[in-house]
Design a protein around this ligand. Sequence first.
Ligand code: NAP
Length: 282
Amino acid sequence: MKIGVSGASGKLGGAVVAELTARGGGHELVAISRSPEKLSGTVEARQGDYDQPATILEAYAGLDRLLIIPSADLRVGVRGAQLKSAIDAALEAGVGHIFLISAAGTHEEADPSLGAAYWTGEQHLIKTAPRWTVLRMSYYAESMADEIKMSQGQGVLAGLGDEHVAYVSRDDLAAAAAGALLGHDHEGAIYTATGPVAVTGPERAAIVSELLGKPIGFAVITEEQFRAGLSQSGLPELIVEAFVEIKHTFVNGKFDIVTGDVQRLSGRSPKSLRDVLAQQLV
Ligand SMILES: NC(=O)c1ccc[n+]([C@@H]2O[C@H](COP(=O)([O-])OP(=O)(O)OC[C@H]3O[C@@H](n4cnc5c(N)ncnc54)[C@H](OP(=O)(O)O)[C@@H]3O)[C@@H](O)[C@H]2O)c1
């Protein structure tokens, strides 16, 4: 089988290619990026840009299965259009089965919401592709580790309310994606890769306190306070607004879902937030 990974130079895509390689099975792997020279390793590298349909049409040629990983482009409307382009190119190229990385809690949303692109991509895939699988991701435990590294000096972790988030390790998501790409009976399924439990804000702070050996609290602040803190750190407005929206999703339940899908697809238990923070913070 010939399996392509679009977005292979990224952190998630790189981990998927590594998982596919480790699992063997004699499949041919194709890693796709705008800059294939960035892709090192033993797999075939191809050039493909979601913004240039002719390049992805060529890159997806001859693939039996393709994983589409969305770009991290936060400009309004861009990612949704990219996903539609990638799906159309895969269909035109004759890819047999298209797999899409999406986000937990995806539902009908319009731009400028971050969720709009995932809704657009999922709907386009479901309506146009004869064989498809969606793998929704919960919030990355590694992204939370990065946030904690930035704010731990303040002695407090902030949120916009009563959070419940089933953080997933990016490596577990990658393992689940690899398992799905290599597996059978996943047609027409929407999976959600999550960690083993939904974690609240105070629980998150307690884990960090224990790991760092110093008291770290959890404080609920206003959106204005949160936005002001981020703006002061010099982050661009698009990123600030993305963080604000994400913090709201921690409270409104978008990531308050725990499934057995990592285990089901990858064959291994998902890491907890504590496992990932212990690796990243200590
Ligand atoms: N759930 C979460 O908590 C969470 C957290 C962070 C990010 N994410 C999302 O998860 C996805 C993957 O994350 P990641 O950490 O692997 O991101 P990443 O490291 O930034 O990788 C993004 C990938 O997208 C590719 N890409 C960017 N623009 C492209 C274009 N125009 N055409 C084709 N490929 C393009 C990049 O490849 P080249 O630049 O080599 O072309 C790269 O391989 C992204 O959608 C990101 O927004 C989710």
